[in-house]
Unconditional design. Structure first.
Length: 353
Protein backbone atom coordinates (compact mmCIF):
# COMPACT_ATOMS: atom_id res chain seq x y z
CA UNK A 1 0.00 0.00 0.00
CA UNK A 2 1.37 3.42 -1.00
CA UNK A 3 0.13 6.69 0.43
CA UNK A 4 0.50 9.89 -1.59
CA UNK A 5 0.97 13.30 -0.02
CA UNK A 6 -1.46 14.81 -2.50
CA UNK A 7 -4.30 12.60 -1.28
CA UNK A 8 -6.65 13.86 1.46
CA UNK A 9 -6.05 12.66 5.05
CA UNK A 10 -6.83 8.98 5.66
CA UNK A 11 -6.95 8.20 1.93
CA UNK A 12 -4.46 5.73 0.48
CA UNK A 13 -4.08 3.89 -2.79
CA UNK A 14 -3.65 0.18 -3.44
CA UNK A 15 -3.57 -2.25 -6.34
CA UNK A 16 -6.49 -4.64 -6.84
CA UNK A 17 -6.08 -8.18 -8.12
CA UNK A 18 -6.00 -6.92 -11.73
CA UNK A 19 -3.13 -4.56 -10.96
CA UNK A 20 -5.30 -1.46 -11.24
CA UNK A 21 -4.69 1.37 -8.78
CA UNK A 22 -7.66 2.14 -6.53
CA UNK A 23 -8.23 4.47 -3.58
CA UNK A 24 -9.80 3.95 -0.18
CA UNK A 25 -10.65 5.89 2.96
CA UNK A 26 -9.63 4.23 6.24
CA UNK A 27 -9.89 5.67 9.72
CA UNK A 28 -10.28 4.06 13.13
CA UNK A 29 -13.94 3.98 14.11
CA UNK A 30 -15.15 4.56 10.54
CA UNK A 31 -16.15 2.10 7.84
CA UNK A 32 -13.56 1.58 5.10
CA UNK A 33 -14.74 3.20 1.87
CA UNK A 34 -13.47 2.37 -1.63
CA UNK A 35 -13.68 5.30 -4.07
CA UNK A 36 -15.13 5.01 -7.54
CA UNK A 37 -14.28 8.47 -8.88
CA UNK A 38 -10.75 9.61 -9.73
CA UNK A 39 -8.88 11.74 -7.15
CA UNK A 40 -9.24 15.48 -7.65
CA UNK A 41 -12.65 15.31 -9.31
CA UNK A 42 -15.79 16.82 -7.75
CA UNK A 43 -17.27 13.31 -7.52
CA UNK A 44 -14.24 12.12 -5.57
CA UNK A 45 -14.56 15.01 -3.12
CA UNK A 46 -18.27 14.24 -2.64
CA UNK A 47 -17.42 10.62 -1.86
CA UNK A 48 -14.68 11.76 0.52
CA UNK A 49 -17.03 13.99 2.49
CA UNK A 50 -19.59 11.17 2.71
CA UNK A 51 -16.93 8.73 3.90
CA UNK A 52 -15.76 11.16 6.60
CA UNK A 53 -19.34 11.54 7.79
CA UNK A 54 -19.83 7.77 7.81
CA UNK A 55 -22.61 7.98 5.21
CA UNK A 56 -23.06 5.85 2.10
CA UNK A 57 -23.00 7.53 -1.27
CA UNK A 58 -26.60 8.42 -2.04
CA UNK A 59 -28.66 6.64 -4.66
CA UNK A 60 -29.11 9.98 -6.44
CA UNK A 61 -25.44 9.88 -7.43
CA UNK A 62 -25.44 6.32 -8.78
CA UNK A 63 -27.04 4.60 -11.73
CA UNK A 64 -30.51 3.20 -10.98
CA UNK A 65 -30.54 -0.59 -10.83
CA UNK A 66 -26.78 -0.77 -10.31
CA UNK A 67 -24.81 -2.47 -7.57
CA UNK A 68 -24.03 1.02 -6.25
CA UNK A 69 -27.73 1.84 -5.97
CA UNK A 70 -28.49 -1.46 -4.24
CA UNK A 71 -25.71 -0.95 -1.69
CA UNK A 72 -26.80 2.62 -0.96
CA UNK A 73 -30.39 1.47 -0.42
CA UNK A 74 -29.37 -1.52 1.67
CA UNK A 75 -27.34 0.68 4.03
CA UNK A 76 -30.50 2.70 4.67
CA UNK A 77 -32.76 -0.32 5.19
CA UNK A 78 -34.33 -1.16 8.58
CA UNK A 79 -32.59 -4.55 8.55
CA UNK A 80 -29.19 -2.90 8.20
CA UNK A 81 -29.97 -0.28 10.85
CA UNK A 82 -30.97 -3.04 13.30
CA UNK A 83 -27.54 -4.71 13.08
CA UNK A 84 -24.98 -4.25 15.81
CA UNK A 85 -22.25 -1.69 14.90
CA UNK A 86 -19.54 -4.37 14.94
CA UNK A 87 -21.60 -6.54 12.57
CA UNK A 88 -22.19 -3.57 10.26
CA UNK A 89 -18.47 -2.86 10.17
CA UNK A 90 -17.62 -6.43 9.16
CA UNK A 91 -20.28 -6.74 6.46
CA UNK A 92 -19.70 -3.27 5.09
CA UNK A 93 -15.99 -3.94 4.73
CA UNK A 94 -16.71 -7.10 2.70
CA UNK A 95 -19.41 -5.47 0.56
CA UNK A 96 -17.38 -2.34 -0.16
CA UNK A 97 -14.32 -4.28 -1.32
CA UNK A 98 -16.52 -6.18 -3.76
CA UNK A 99 -18.44 -3.02 -4.72
CA UNK A 100 -15.23 -1.19 -5.64
CA UNK A 101 -14.91 -3.49 -8.66
CA UNK A 102 -18.56 -4.05 -9.57
CA UNK A 103 -20.39 -0.93 -8.37
CA UNK A 104 -21.44 0.40 -11.78
CA UNK A 105 -22.75 -2.94 -13.07
CA UNK A 106 -26.53 -3.61 -13.32
CA UNK A 107 -27.75 -6.12 -10.78
CA UNK A 108 -30.22 -7.74 -13.20
CA UNK A 109 -27.30 -9.03 -15.28
CA UNK A 110 -25.75 -10.91 -12.37
CA UNK A 111 -25.92 -14.70 -12.72
CA UNK A 112 -24.84 -17.55 -10.43
CA UNK A 113 -21.95 -18.35 -12.79
CA UNK A 114 -20.48 -14.92 -12.07
CA UNK A 115 -20.65 -15.56 -8.34
CA UNK A 116 -19.09 -18.99 -8.78
CA UNK A 117 -16.22 -17.33 -10.62
CA UNK A 118 -15.58 -14.87 -7.79
CA UNK A 119 -15.67 -17.64 -5.20
CA UNK A 120 -13.37 -19.85 -7.28
CA UNK A 121 -10.84 -17.00 -7.48
CA UNK A 122 -10.76 -17.10 -3.67
CA UNK A 123 -10.41 -20.88 -3.41
CA UNK A 124 -7.11 -20.47 -1.57
CA UNK A 125 -9.02 -18.47 1.06
CA UNK A 126 -12.20 -20.49 1.60
CA UNK A 127 -13.19 -18.65 4.75
CA UNK A 128 -12.99 -15.28 2.97
CA UNK A 129 -14.93 -16.73 0.02
CA UNK A 130 -17.68 -17.95 2.33
CA UNK A 131 -17.82 -14.56 4.04
CA UNK A 132 -18.25 -12.83 0.68
CA UNK A 133 -21.01 -15.26 -0.29
CA UNK A 134 -22.77 -14.68 3.04
CA UNK A 135 -22.61 -10.89 2.69
CA UNK A 136 -23.85 -10.97 -0.92
CA UNK A 137 -26.64 -13.36 0.05
CA UNK A 138 -27.97 -10.75 2.47
CA UNK A 139 -27.50 -7.91 0.01
CA UNK A 140 -29.36 -9.60 -2.85
CA UNK A 141 -32.02 -11.02 -0.56
CA UNK A 142 -32.84 -7.38 0.11
CA UNK A 143 -33.00 -6.72 -3.66
CA UNK A 144 -35.57 -9.51 -4.01
CA UNK A 145 -37.64 -8.17 -1.11
CA UNK A 146 -37.66 -4.72 -2.72
CA UNK A 147 -38.82 -6.16 -6.05
CA UNK A 148 -35.63 -5.24 -7.89
CA UNK A 149 -34.99 -8.90 -8.74
CA UNK A 150 -37.26 -11.93 -9.01
CA UNK A 151 -34.68 -14.35 -7.64
CA UNK A 152 -31.51 -14.23 -5.60
CA UNK A 153 -28.52 -15.01 -7.86
CA UNK A 154 -26.41 -16.03 -4.86
CA UNK A 155 -28.80 -18.76 -3.65
CA UNK A 156 -27.83 -21.49 -6.20
CA UNK A 157 -24.15 -21.26 -5.22
CA UNK A 158 -22.66 -23.34 -2.43
CA UNK A 159 -20.17 -22.39 0.30
CA UNK A 160 -16.79 -24.05 0.53
CA UNK A 161 -16.59 -27.01 2.89
CA UNK A 162 -14.38 -25.93 5.75
CA UNK A 163 -11.81 -28.30 7.20
CA UNK A 164 -11.48 -28.44 10.98
CA UNK A 165 -13.80 -27.01 13.61
CA UNK A 166 -13.01 -23.30 13.45
CA UNK A 167 -11.85 -21.54 16.59
CA UNK A 168 -10.18 -23.91 19.01
CA UNK A 169 -12.24 -25.04 22.02
CA UNK A 170 -10.16 -25.10 25.19
CA UNK A 171 -9.42 -28.51 26.67
CA UNK A 172 -9.51 -29.18 30.41
CA UNK A 173 -5.71 -29.35 30.41
CA UNK A 174 -5.47 -25.90 28.81
CA UNK A 175 -7.95 -24.44 31.28
CA UNK A 176 -5.90 -25.86 34.15
CA UNK A 177 -2.68 -24.46 32.66
CA UNK A 178 -4.15 -20.96 32.44
CA UNK A 179 -5.49 -21.20 35.99
CA UNK A 180 -2.07 -22.29 37.20
CA UNK A 181 -0.39 -19.33 35.49
CA UNK A 182 -3.04 -16.85 36.59
CA UNK A 183 -4.34 -17.66 40.12
CA UNK A 184 -7.29 -16.11 41.91
CA UNK A 185 -6.65 -12.47 42.68
CA UNK A 186 -5.64 -11.58 39.10
CA UNK A 187 -7.69 -9.90 36.38
CA UNK A 188 -6.68 -12.67 34.04
CA UNK A 189 -8.29 -15.31 36.25
CA UNK A 190 -11.45 -13.22 36.59
CA UNK A 191 -11.67 -12.87 32.81
CA UNK A 192 -11.32 -16.62 32.31
CA UNK A 193 -13.88 -17.58 34.95
CA UNK A 194 -16.43 -15.04 33.69
CA UNK A 195 -16.24 -16.33 30.12
CA UNK A 196 -16.02 -19.98 31.12
CA UNK A 197 -19.14 -19.88 33.32
CA UNK A 198 -21.31 -17.42 31.37
CA UNK A 199 -20.44 -18.29 27.76
CA UNK A 200 -20.41 -14.58 26.89
CA UNK A 201 -18.65 -13.30 23.82
CA UNK A 202 -15.82 -10.84 24.43
CA UNK A 203 -18.02 -7.94 23.27
CA UNK A 204 -20.49 -8.80 26.05
CA UNK A 205 -18.20 -9.91 28.88
CA UNK A 206 -16.46 -6.51 28.88
CA UNK A 207 -19.86 -4.95 29.71
CA UNK A 208 -20.68 -7.38 32.51
CA UNK A 209 -20.85 -5.74 35.92
CA UNK A 210 -22.85 -5.38 39.15
CA UNK A 211 -25.89 -4.07 37.26
CA UNK A 212 -26.35 -7.48 35.59
CA UNK A 213 -26.29 -9.31 38.92
CA UNK A 214 -29.45 -9.91 40.92
CA UNK A 215 -28.75 -11.88 44.07
CA UNK A 216 -26.97 -15.08 43.11
CA UNK A 217 -27.79 -14.84 39.40
CA UNK A 218 -26.55 -12.98 36.34
CA UNK A 219 -29.18 -11.60 33.95
CA UNK A 220 -27.26 -11.57 30.69
CA UNK A 221 -27.90 -10.07 27.27
CA UNK A 222 -26.22 -11.58 24.19
CA UNK A 223 -26.14 -8.56 21.91
CA UNK A 224 -25.12 -10.41 18.73
CA UNK A 225 -28.36 -12.38 18.47
CA UNK A 226 -30.40 -10.41 21.03
CA UNK A 227 -31.00 -13.43 23.27
CA UNK A 228 -31.19 -13.39 27.06
CA UNK A 229 -29.99 -15.90 29.65
CA UNK A 230 -30.26 -16.06 33.42
CA UNK A 231 -27.41 -18.01 35.00
CA UNK A 232 -26.29 -18.74 38.55
CA UNK A 233 -23.10 -17.04 39.73
CA UNK A 234 -20.72 -19.99 39.96
CA UNK A 235 -18.49 -20.41 43.05
CA UNK A 236 -15.39 -19.89 40.88
CA UNK A 237 -16.75 -16.61 39.50
CA UNK A 238 -17.69 -15.49 43.00
CA UNK A 239 -14.20 -16.26 44.26
CA UNK A 240 -12.55 -14.55 41.27
CA UNK A 241 -14.51 -11.35 41.94
CA UNK A 242 -14.06 -11.30 45.72
CA UNK A 243 -10.34 -12.13 45.62
CA UNK A 244 -9.45 -9.31 43.21
CA UNK A 245 -8.24 -6.01 44.62
CA UNK A 246 -11.23 -3.61 44.40
CA UNK A 247 -8.90 -1.07 42.78
CA UNK A 248 -8.74 -3.37 39.72
CA UNK A 249 -12.53 -3.69 39.32
CA UNK A 250 -14.50 -0.98 37.56
CA UNK A 251 -17.57 0.74 38.93
CA UNK A 252 -19.77 -0.40 36.06
CA UNK A 253 -17.81 -3.39 34.70
CA UNK A 254 -15.86 -6.15 36.38
CA UNK A 255 -13.10 -6.06 33.77
CA UNK A 256 -11.10 -2.87 33.19
CA UNK A 257 -7.78 -1.90 31.63
CA UNK A 258 -4.59 -0.98 33.50
CA UNK A 259 -5.92 2.57 33.50
CA UNK A 260 -9.23 1.61 35.10
CA UNK A 261 -11.19 2.17 31.88
CA UNK A 262 -13.63 -0.26 30.24
CA UNK A 263 -12.15 -2.46 27.52
CA UNK A 264 -13.08 -2.22 23.86
CA UNK A 265 -13.86 -5.61 22.25
CA UNK A 266 -10.67 -5.52 20.17
CA UNK A 267 -8.59 -4.27 23.09
CA UNK A 268 -9.85 -7.02 25.37
CA UNK A 269 -9.26 -9.67 22.71
CA UNK A 270 -5.66 -8.54 22.25
CA UNK A 271 -5.07 -8.31 26.01
CA UNK A 272 -6.45 -11.78 26.68
CA UNK A 273 -4.59 -13.22 23.68
CA UNK A 274 -1.31 -11.92 25.17
CA UNK A 275 -2.18 -13.51 28.54
CA UNK A 276 -2.76 -16.84 26.82
CA UNK A 277 0.67 -16.53 25.21
CA UNK A 278 2.25 -15.90 28.61
CA UNK A 279 0.66 -19.14 29.80
CA UNK A 280 2.15 -20.88 26.72
CA UNK A 281 -1.33 -21.43 25.25
CA UNK A 282 -0.68 -20.31 21.69
CA UNK A 283 -3.80 -21.95 20.27
CA UNK A 284 -6.27 -20.51 22.78
CA UNK A 285 -8.42 -17.39 22.58
CA UNK A 286 -11.29 -15.69 24.39
CA UNK A 287 -13.96 -17.12 22.08
CA UNK A 288 -12.60 -20.62 22.61
CA UNK A 289 -13.92 -20.48 26.19
CA UNK A 290 -17.47 -20.16 24.86
CA UNK A 291 -16.83 -23.37 22.98
CA UNK A 292 -15.33 -24.95 26.08
CA UNK A 293 -18.49 -24.27 28.05
CA UNK A 294 -20.58 -25.79 25.25
CA UNK A 295 -18.34 -28.85 25.31
CA UNK A 296 -18.67 -29.18 29.07
CA UNK A 297 -22.45 -29.01 28.87
CA UNK A 298 -22.54 -31.77 26.25
CA UNK A 299 -20.15 -34.00 28.21
CA UNK A 300 -22.27 -33.49 31.33
CA UNK A 301 -25.26 -34.92 29.48
CA UNK A 302 -26.99 -31.60 28.78
CA UNK A 303 -29.45 -31.48 25.90
CA UNK A 304 -29.21 -28.93 23.10
CA UNK A 305 -32.14 -27.07 24.62
CA UNK A 306 -30.41 -26.93 28.01
CA UNK A 307 -27.18 -25.83 26.38
CA UNK A 308 -28.90 -23.02 24.52
CA UNK A 309 -30.44 -21.85 27.80
CA UNK A 310 -26.88 -21.29 29.02
CA UNK A 311 -25.02 -20.06 25.94
CA UNK A 312 -27.83 -18.08 24.32
CA UNK A 313 -27.51 -19.84 20.94
CA UNK A 314 -30.68 -19.45 18.88
CA UNK A 315 -30.64 -22.90 17.21
CA UNK A 316 -29.78 -26.49 18.13
CA UNK A 317 -27.56 -26.59 15.04
CA UNK A 318 -25.37 -23.75 16.27
CA UNK A 319 -25.06 -25.21 19.76
CA UNK A 320 -24.13 -28.58 18.22
CA UNK A 321 -21.40 -26.83 16.21
CA UNK A 322 -19.97 -25.22 19.34
CA UNK A 323 -20.09 -28.44 21.37
CA UNK A 324 -18.70 -30.75 18.69
CA UNK A 325 -15.33 -31.03 20.44
CA UNK A 326 -17.01 -32.97 23.26
CA UNK A 327 -15.35 -36.26 24.09
CA UNK A 328 -17.45 -38.93 22.34
CA UNK A 329 -16.46 -41.57 24.90
CA UNK A 330 -17.53 -39.27 27.75
CA UNK A 331 -20.84 -38.63 26.02
CA UNK A 332 -21.42 -42.36 25.60
CA UNK A 333 -20.50 -43.04 29.23
CA UNK A 334 -22.92 -40.37 30.45
CA UNK A 335 -25.91 -41.42 28.38
CA UNK A 336 -25.43 -45.16 28.98
CA UNK A 337 -25.09 -44.57 32.72
CA UNK A 338 -28.42 -42.74 32.59
CA UNK A 339 -29.93 -45.55 30.50
CA UNK A 340 -28.64 -48.17 32.96
CA UNK A 341 -30.07 -46.29 35.94
CA UNK A 342 -33.44 -45.74 34.31
CA UNK A 343 -33.99 -49.28 33.06
CA UNK A 344 -32.61 -50.87 36.21
CA UNK A 345 -35.39 -49.10 38.10
CA UNK A 346 -37.98 -50.30 35.56
CA UNK A 347 -36.70 -53.89 35.81
CA UNK A 348 -36.83 -53.75 39.60
CA UNK A 349 -40.39 -52.39 39.59
CA UNK A 350 -41.46 -55.09 37.12
CA UNK A 351 -39.93 -57.93 39.19
CA UNK A 352 -41.65 -56.70 42.33
CA UNK A 353 -45.12 -56.96 40.78
Amino acid sequence: MTKRRWLPPNVSRYQDKTGRWRYRYRKTGKATYHFRAAPGTPEFLAEYEAAKAGQPVGADRVAPGSVDALCAAYYRSPRWQSMQPNTQKVYRGIIERWRAEHGAKPINRLEPRHVEGWLFAMADRPSAANNLRKALMRLFRYAVRMGWLSRNPIAPTEPYRMEGTGIHAWTEEEIAAFQSRWPFGTRERLALELMLWTGLRKSDVIRLGPAQRQGDRFHLRHTKNKSDTILPVSPDVERAISSLDPAHIGIDTYLVTDFGKPFTPAGFGNWFRARCDLADLKNCSAHGLRKALSRRIAEAGGTANQGRAVTGHKTDRMFAYYSQSADKAALADTVLANVTEKFAKISKQTSEK
